[in-house]
Design a protein around this ligand. Sequence first.
Ligand SMILES: Nc1ncnc2c1ncn2[C@@H]1O[C@H](COP(=O)(O)OP(=O)(O)OP(=O)(O)O)[C@@H](O)[C@H]1O
Length: 350
Amino acid sequence: MSGARLNVDARIGRSQLDVSVAFDVEPGGCVALLGPNGCGKSTVLGGIAGLTRLDGGQISVDGTCLERAGSVRLSPDKRGIALLDQRARLFPHLSVEQNLAFGPRAHGAGRSQVQAIVADWLDRIGLADRARAKPHQLSGGQQQRVAIARAFAAQPRVILLDEPFAALDAESTPIVRQVLADELTRTGVTAVLVTHEMSDAWQWADRCLVMNRGTVVEDGTPADLTLRPRRSFTAALAGFGVVAGRWRGGALDVNGRTLAGELDADLADGDAAAGIVAPRDVAAAPATGSDPGVELSAVSVQAGVVRLDTVIGLAAELAMEEAIGLGGGALPQAGQRYLLIPQRMRIVGV
Ligand SMILES: Nc1ncnc2c1ncn2[C@@H]1O[C@H](COP(=O)(O)OP(=O)(O)OP(=O)(O)O)[C@@H](O)[C@H]1O
């Protein structure tokens, strides 16, 4: 099995939103779709899988048209595309082995061949001793492993992954991630991944598309988006501090307070804007009588680095000693007020 080229040009009208995206995925590539809730990511996957009808555009795999709005429309089972989402959606009345046998049998594999494929998969997902179990007798993580195996056993040309780990607990997540990572590497299948985690994009995707209100607003490699995000949503995903305000008089106006920064977007005076700054580029000082500073919303410590988050979205990272010095002998606490001074802020569109 190896990946196919996927061409997507999908326009789908929803009551609240018009979704319109176009992108290609190289054979064996993985594109991540990121974006706020309700921006249309799952709708795009539904369009590719054939679950949602296109109102415009077309979907092709290796040059073969699967759907062209208003003319061609292949049913989901004829597309060679697997969709894996948060819920395993196994056939509830079939055992694990029968679920796994479904795809190969539909592809016309003979009895002994199907048995061999199923045995191989059971082994690979570590569930050989649960072959006869029904889905409801398995944990959520085990069901998701079976769902991954069932999807790959059908030898898809493209796999669509819609937050496949979102419903799993902390114990199952690494196991399921490993199974999926192994299969993506082994098969080289072309993939589209919907995720809310930048770390997933780093692990799997060669390209990321950030969507907002039905369209792609940012497009780049995981490194591009992490090093130089151009939208406030992407910046927040990448761990930047983000301060919302308006671009006014050549600076960012945050509730009447002015923050200086380098403009990195095409903004007109009065437009909604966001200041984004890496927390390590923000200095902190005690609030003074003349400047009450901002309220800390959270204080967290990781590997000796203290992160101060504020109610306006600005964040600072300090060495432990510095933070204790700032707090007068103890770590600063949420609810206290400090001055946070961005050294190198960029101002982007929201
Ligand atoms: N079956 C449907 N029929 C009509 N509208 C729908 C349907 N499913 C979703 N929508 C609407 O389409 C829009 C996009 O939803 P979609 O689920 O694609 O967003 P999303 O980016 O995947 O969100 P999330 O991150 O919350 O999963 C929303 O306004 C949603 O209410």
